[in-house]
Design a protein around this ligand. Structure first.
Ligand code: MN3
Length: 281
């Protein structure tokens, strides 16, 4: 029933933006109430990104997260800063309380604040963030870095849970087996992507709507698979932040240990929800 509503909304949305692919017509959930808190902008550790501008018109892909597709499909300037879905110390001992607090309340919030500043009074203010990502080569690098930083961390926080860990079940488990051979082969591939990303960046499990495959990739800085500049584009299902700020206090230079421990926190039901929304079921 609600899917019919989603479809209508998606069609209206698509009609408003004729350049969009209907691939965006994925499920919409109600957005959480805005909970943006004011905070002093904190200096971000976002580096200048070397702008590799491969012009390739990607379909606009709307990912599904708890914050909902209606959340991401609204005008970017109207997006609130989502609340952390648990307490700062909830991921201990895998990720320590101070790291989560600094990471969420300073780094993530700074990306959000800087993104809002970068799009203010521009045509981007009224564009959904996914549309900005799909055309990212046209926009200033501050939008790429801070918009990516804002979006990526929302997925990261939501794809972890104090009750996380174990293995996925159902369709997600079946697709992982189909495309990677086994769950352990998948985690090995993902770990390798996370560990071998030179410098700062992200590791991803994504769904490719063009052929229905799952794939693992990594991106530099705050790029993500929704961006026009991504080597392989898809709908992000699982995100792992491998910037040093995500793990350094506890793990220091041992990124591999952080990556290994991450699996204990993965919120598989959330990842499964993203898959279902991406596939369109
Ligand atoms: Mn981070």
């Amino acid at each position: 029933m609600k899917y019919r509503l989603f479809l209508v909304a998606a069609l209206i949305f698509a009609a408003s933006f004729p350049d969009f692919s209907i691939a965006q017509a994925v499920k919409v959930k109600p957005a959480k109430s805005p909970a943006a808190k004011k905070a002093d902008p904190v200096k971000s550790d976002t580096p200048a990104t070397e702008s590799k501008t491969t012009i390739n018109k990607a379909p606009v892909l709307l990912p599904a997260v708890k914050t909902g597709i209606s959340f991401w499909s609204s005008a970017s300037s109207a997006l609130p800063f989502p609340e952390l879905p648990y307490e700062y110390g909830a991921l201990e001992p895998v990720i320590d309380k101070l790291t989560v607090e600094i990471h969420y309340d300073r780094h993530h919030r700074a990306y959000y604040n800087n993104f809002m500043k970068a799009i203010a009074d521009t045509k981007m203010a009224s564009m959904p963030i996914t549309e900005i990502f799909a055309n990212i080569a046209e926009f200033p690098v501050a939008v790429r870095n801070n918009g990516g930083g804002f979006y990526n961390h929302v997925l990261y926080w939501e794809n972890m849970s104090p009750k996380g860990g174990g293995e996925p079940t159902g369709e997600l488990a079946e697709m992982i087996k189909k495309y990677f051979g086994s769950f352990s082969a998948f985690t090995e591939k993902f770990n390798e992507a996370a560990k071998s990303r030179f410098g700062s960046g992200w590791a991803w499990l994504s769904y490719d709507p063009l052929n229905g495959e799952l794939f693992v990739s990594s991106t530099a800085n705050q790029d993500n698979p929704l961006m026009q500049v991504a080597e392989r584009k898809g709908i992000p299902l699982l995100a792992l932040d491998v910037w040093e700020h995500a793990y350094y206090l506890k793990y220091q230079n041992k990124r591999a240990d952080y990556v290994t421990e991450f699996w204990k926190m993965v919120n598989w039901p959330e990842v499964d929800k993203r898959l279902k929304a991406a596939v369109g079921r």
